[in-house]
Write a protein that binds this ligand. Structure first.
Ligand SMILES: [Zn+2]
Length: 168
């Protein structure tokens, strides 16, 4: 069976292709003053779990199929695990088959994007929280209607808040 474009993109997105340590040699593209919430590296390390830090602050990618949020079907809001800003709604979540939580649209103004050239074979569009700059995942142009976009996210970078409950 030939690989579909989506499976190929999913495979390329997997951290397994490039050792995580190689990515971390590259300097961060973040500039001081770029985001409303900016903390020192030490403060982020205190606030986040080690895994959250690697994904949100160092742009690591979680293993596909590893997030409990893949199976989350309840109505509610997904917030940035770094700063609790609501970033995606359950209504825009879909099963992409990639092994990463996937959405076709963000909450207005909740995310920013930038070009990511770390995978030398392709240019990807990186997705981060607009409040703290935390890395959430990437967006690809092979998603479902109505946007045609696929926000491919790390579950570890998100927290789920069921409808009717206040964010933690
Ligand atoms: Zn954030």
């Amino acid at each position: 069976m030939a690989m579909t474009r989506r499976q190929l993109l999913a495979a390329l997105g997997a951290a397994a292709i490039i050792p995580a340590g190689v990515w971390r040699l590259l300097p961060s593209a973040r500039a001081a003053g770029e985001f409303p919430l900016e903390l020192s590296e030490a403060e982020w390390r205190k606030r986040l779990t080690p895994r959250e830090y690697e994904v949100l602050r160092e742009e690591d990618t979680e293993a596909p199929g590893s997030s409990e949020l893949l199976h989350e079907k309840r109505a509610g809001v997904y917030t940035c695990a770094g700063c609790d800003q609501p970033v995606f709604r359950s209504e825009t979540k879909f099963d992409s088959g990639t092994g990463w939580p996937s959405f076709y649209a963000p909450i207005d103004g909740a995310i920013g994007t930038r070009e990511d050239r770390r995978l030398l074979v392709m240019v990807r569009t990186e997705v981060h929280c607009s409040r703290c700059g935390g890395h959430l995942g990437h967006v690809f142009e092979d998603g479902p209607e109505p946007t045609g976009l696929r926000y491919c996210l790390n579950g570890v970078a998100l927290d789920f808040v069921p409808a009717g409950e206040a964010p933690a």
